[in-house]
Design a protein around this ligand. Structure first.
Ligand code: ADP
Ligand code: ZN
Length: 767
């Protein structure tokens, strides 16, 4: 039993932006309930605010402590391990402790009231035909509910600023139901899952699995060390080996998933749990089922909890608690699943570790792969990063001996990698005078597949019909009023749209320039809608379906289209990056990439790497069945290394030349980056603030050698959503030191009220 005299004081992070922790007295009556991780209500001035206990203490440097008012919920939500991780995130990524804490606990769990099972939930009822006419307000509220599918009544009332009576009116019209949730919500309750058995592994898989399980058996005493250095990632340092991090480099279809599954089984045999991270876009029911099926019966049977943003609040809440209670030993999910309260943790898998979506774009701007490595280190868990196209950073860490490299160079099922043909679009251009969409070679190949009743995937990473509207007489280009980009023409809706902020306007019939009024305005550039149009003209009998975020109106559309494609009801599937990832269709024998160099000319040092990754991923969709696959890559710069190395399936070749290319300017992995962005509506003020920041940085960073300070410069996208943005970029091999200094400096500087500074450590996007 605990004597309350021991730990009379609780250190509390408040759910307010204060960048500071406060001490509170624990009243004797609450002593049994307050622990590290408890959620509490405390007084702050005249207010009552919520917070989380991050430590217990016997003494405090603060005076006149006030008592904790009450404890929310019976169980502590944040485990000490996760708290420690949150603290590291706050320090390394330069954000306030409460911001970091918010990230580690899903909203649905944090906002829970006592007695979660009896709460009233509002959910959408299925209806056929059009939405009945509703008053404007009711329609707005209905859309809020529809977007979330289901949410607690109380939350809805707050979000929509409405009353229960209004919701009842929607209920009377049969559009929604309000009911207490009693049973547990299982997002995959309707799926039928057939158990699967482990496959006999091939030699390479066997070797990889043995290395991983040996590391798991050896364990490592990472637990409890107050170590804040992210030694694993990035450059510099002394090339120290991080205890048991593996990079599994396996070509698409090499059977990485089977290795993951058997490593997971090993964790369960050890009595430990595991986390599997996959990019949001790959977190399809197909993927989830592969994991659930393996552990749905037998001695290692366990629930597999799924965490991702498309779940309703109620579902997310329940999935999280299944893990917290230990009923689910495996958690699978996108980025934030790295905070799943799995204990004890034996294994973390990060599939497609190179994916930029592992980086969170708002505060805390953490990178889930790097957090995974940190968490593995803190809790003594083995970490496996998997990819067909590893990030330069991770492969470099293998070269430095920090990670162990495991390779699966061949497809598991003896299928050959597809033949990749690069088509020089400049030649096609020379022959005709129009900008080509389909080269004669690709056209011919499509016709051939249609004849043989095989399937085709076509890929263009740009939606809409035309990329710009231009007047040939006066040169006017329709631009977004809020952003420094031109508007994209969407023909079906007859609208011009901004792909940055979503602004849309109707299409002008004459040139909007008052002095010009030319009625012959022209559309230039190419989007998926136009390709769809052309396909219908070229192959009128083919069943063509377009898949991009404009075409998918409802969530079910994605699954329905993929289902139809799998069932052979579609001949040509045309889409954006949505179709690039992880899909597996045996009857696809041709993949065409319309413009391979679209992504190459972005002002980002990773443009080449992203293009190489994309081409490799898309190409990996061809030839997954019995017939060998063929890939056509159309490009205006066919000799670019990213395209040529992708054509030869040569990752290492690409890695080596790319590493060399980044060396002179010390881009990662030669160093790590901190990107400082100032934004505001007044460009002069933003510019001025950036200059001021630079002077202050120079003062405090004089002592740091190996530091490169670049800028300030206008951001590649100078104006976005009405804000002007200027950036400073810092590159250093010692980021832990730099981020400490940045946090201190940011707290001490005063910018004009309408100018904001954001700090992004290890940015994925230089936008
Ligand atoms: P990756 O994740 O590396 O892209 P997958 O795990 O999806 O590859 O494997 C590709 C295909 O190979 C799958 O159909 C899988 O069932 C099969 N496969 C994997 N390992 C083996 C094996 N040892 N023997 C036979 N088939 C295998
Ligand atoms: Zn815009």
């Amino acid at each position: 039993m605990r004597f309350c005299a021991d730990n009379m004081i609780a250190r509390v992070t408040l759910e307010l932006a204060l960048r500071k922790e406060f001490d509170y007295l624990i009243p004797p009556g609450l002593a049994e309930q307050v622990d590290v991780g408890s959620r509490v209500q405390v007084p702050l001035g005249a207010r009552k605010v919520m917070g989380c206990v991050t430590a217990l203490a016997e003494e405090s440097g603060q005076v006149r402590l006030k008592p904790i008012l009450r404890v929310i919920g019976a169980r502590t939500l944040v485990t000490p391990n996760i708290l420690k991780l949150a603290r590291w995130i706050g320090q390394y990524y330069c954000c306030a402790p409460e911001t970091a804490l918010k990230a580690v606990l899903p909203d649905a769990v944090r906002h829970e009231q006592a007695g979660w099972r009896e709460r009233l939930f509002v959910r959408v009822l299925p209806f056929s035909g059009d939405l009945p006419r509703l008053p404007k307000r009711q329609k707005e509220i209905f859309h809020i509910i529809e977007e979330r599918r289901e949410l607690p009544l109380q939350d809805l009332l707050e979000i929509a600023d409405t009353t229960a009576a209004t919701i009842r009116r929607l209920e009377d019209k049969g559009l929604v139901a309000v009911a207490p949730q009693i049973s547990e919500r299982d997002p995959y309750a309707l799926e039928q899952i057939l158990p699967t058995q482990p496959l006999p592994l091939n030699t390479q898989q066997e070797r990889a699995l043995r290395a991983i399980t040996a590391a798991m058996d050896a364990g490592h005493p990472g637990v409890g060390r107050p170590d804040t250095e992210l030694r694993g990632q990035g450059a510099g340092g002394k090339g120290q080996r991080v205890p048991s991090v593996f990079l599994l480099h396996g070509v698409t279809g090499s059977g990485k998933t089977e290795v993951y599954l058997q490593a997971l089984a090993h964790a369960l045999e050890q009595g430990k749990g595991a986390i599997v991270l996959v990019p949001e876009i790959s977190l399809t029911p197909q993927t989830v089922e592969r994991f659930k099926a393996r552990f749905s019966s037998g001695p290692l049977q366990t629930l597999v909890a799924v965490l991702h943003s498309h779940l309703s609040a109620g579902e997310r809440h329940d999935e999280w608690h299944k893990i917290r209670e230990g009923r689910a030993r495996i958690a699978i999910g996108a980025r934030s699943a790295i905070f799943a309260p799995v204990e004890p943790l034996g294994l973390v898998i990060v599939d497609e570790e190179h994916e930029p979506t592992y980086k969170q774009e708002e505060a805390p701007r953490y990178h889930a792969r790097d957090v995974a490595i940190m968490r593995g280190q803190m809790e003594g868990a083995t970490v496996v990063l998997g990819s067909a196209t590893p990030s330069l950073e991770s492969y470099y860490n293998c070269a430095k001996g920090k990670y162990a490299l495991l390779e699966l160079p061949e497809r598991a099922d003896d299928k050959k990698l597809p033949v990749v043909r690069v088509v020089d679009l400049r030649q096609t251009l020379r022959r005709g005078n129009m900008i080509p969409v389909f080269s004669p070679q690709l056209k011919e190949a499509i016709a051939q597949r249609l004849e043989r009743k095989e399937q085709v995937i076509l890929f263009l990473n740009r939606r809409g019909y035309s990329t710009s509207l231009q007047c040939p007489l006066c040169g006017f280009v329709a631009g977004c009023p809020n952003c420094s980009v031109s508007l994209t023409y969407h023909r079906q809706e007859q609208k011009l749209r901004c792909h940055v902020c979503g602004h849309s306007e109707s299409v002008p019939v004459v040139c909007p320039n008052g002095n010009c009024r030319n009625p012959q305005i022209r559309y230039a550039g190419l989007g998926t809608q136009k390709v769809e149009d052309l396909l219908q003209k070229l192959f009128p009998y083919a069943r063509t379906v377009r898949m991009d975020s404009d075409a998918l109106k409802r969530k079910e559309d994605y699954r329905r289209i993929l289902g139809d494609f799998r069932a052979g009801k579609i001949d040509i599937l045309l889409g954006t990056q949505m179709i690039a990832k992880g899909l597996h269709f045996p009857n696809v024998t041709l993949v065409g990439i319309i413009y391979a160099d679209l992504a190459l000319h972005q002002p980002d040092f990773r443009a080449g790497e992203r293009t190489f990754q994309l081409l490799t991923q898309v190409a990996g969709r061809a030839g997954r069945g019995d017939v060998e696959g063929e890939v056509f890559v159309q490009a205006f710069t066919p000799f670019h290394p990213a395209i040529q190395f992708a054509r030869r399936h040569d990752y290492v070749g690409f890695y080596e030349q790319e590493l060399e290319f980044r060396q002179p300017l010390k881009y990662p992995p030669w160093s790590r980056i901190a990107l400082l962005t100032l934004k505001g509506r007044n460009e002069e003020k933003v510019k001025f603030s950036a200059e001021y920041l630079k002077r202050e940085l120079e003062k405090v960073l004089t002592g740091m050698k190996d530091l490169v300070l670049a800028g300030p410069a206008a951001a590649p996208l100078l104006r976005a959503e009405t804000y002007y943005r200027y950036q400073l970029m810092l590159r250093t091999p010692r980021m832990t030191v730099l981020s400490q200094k940045l946090a201190a400096l940011a707290a001490s500087l005063a910018f004009p009220d309408d100018v904001a500074l954001t700090i992004d450590i290890d940015p994925a996007d230089l936008g």
